[in-house]
Design a protein around this ligand. Structure first.
Ligand code: NAP
Length: 279
């Protein structure tokens, strides 16, 4: 990660000091933005105390901040809280053309955000939970009003918590949500299954957990760093007539194996994302 250079003069504002909002705040602080310059709006007083203890600036609502010059606002509330915030947010962003509104709200489309803040340059982003430790991946899409330089600013801000991928079309956001937004849950469940199966084969629980987690981490790093394709890496583990081949005959069965199950899994998630975006 490199130092954030796009927010050196103005100030970043985060609306919603929950898990994701705080993950981004920590990422920005680690990448060179002074903690006191990052303002976090959080209605919960206990949470506000915690945020202040981490040396960020904090306020209970936007009303207290009308005079402060912000140049980027990260929207990190739950989507269901947007209707109550919308009038205040719209008023806050009036007369601020070129203000970057960065939204991580699941299922909330660019058009909905543009209706609230018509003058803002909007980026809709979908991070995932490994962002909490700086290893996330964020899929994003920008409004037509977002200039290339503001897109670069958004990339830099989101890169503070992991990789960033720009999508070509907002319609792809539901698929990205299904793959990488929800993806950590699939991986954790696969690990749970692997551990349970290892225990059923006679391993002590802690040993099964250690073997499964280290296998996932090591394979992920190898897949990221290796020049070979995933299929080649798989074939490297698979001696003809060996144990892996016996396993893959089950896992890669065209009808009952993993591929149709994963396709159905992503299909269910993408359909739900589409439903939520239009509800
Ligand atoms: N977690 C994920 O894996 C993930 C991945 C991608 C995207 N997202 C998106 O990220 C967003 C935040 O998720 P999260 O997991 O960080 O949720 P969270 O922990 O519940 O954080 C949301 C925070 O916003 C605060 N808030 C609610 N209404 C507000 C308002 N009007 N003004 C200011 N702050 C307000 C909440 O305070 P109270 O607790 O007092 O209500 C809470 O602290 C969601 O839209 C979610 O779809 C999450």
């Amino acid at each position: 990660m490199s130092k954030i250079t796009s927010v050196t003069h103005g100030r970043p504002l985060i609306i919603g000091g929950g898990r994701m909002g705080m993950a981004l705040a920590e990422g920005w602080a680690k990448n060179g933005i002074d903690r006191a310059r990052i303002t976090i709006i959080e209605p919960d007083s206990v949470r506000r105390e915690y945020i202040a203890s981490q040396h960020f600036s904090v306020a209970p609502s936007l009303a207290e901040l009308s005079q402060t010059p912000f140049d980027v606002t990260l929207l990190a509330i739950k989507p269901q809280n947007l209707p109550e915030l919308a009038p205040q947010l719209g008023a806050f962003l009036v007369g601020k053309p070129g203000h970057l509104l960065l939204s991580i709200l699941a299922g909330t489309r660019l058009a909905q955000l543009a209706a609230i803040a018509p003058q803002a340059a909007i980026v809709r982003a979908m991070p995932n939970t490994p962002a909490l430790i700086g290893h996330g991946i964020t899929a994003c899409i920008a409004s037509a009003t977002c200039s290339p330089s503001l897109r670069m600013n958004a990339t830099e801000l989101l890169a503070a918590v992991g990789d960033v991928v720009w999508l070509g079309d907002e319609a792809q956001m539901d698929a990205a949500t299904a793959l990488s937004g929800s993806g950590p849950a699939y991986v954790y469940y696969f690990l749970e299954c692997l551990i349970e199966a290892g225990i059923a084969q006679g391993l002590p629980a802690e040993v099964a957990r250690h073997l499964a987690l280290a296998t996932l981490t090591g394979s992920g790093i190898l897949a990221t760093e290796a020049k070979e394709s995933l299929a080649e890496l798989r074939r490297n583990v698979t001696s003809p007539g060996g144990t892996t081949q016996a396993a893959l005959e089950v896992l890669m069965h065209p009808a009952s194996g993993l591929a149709p199950l994963v396709a159905a899994t992503l299909d269910a998630a993408a359909r739900r994302a589409t439903e939520l975006a239009h509800s």
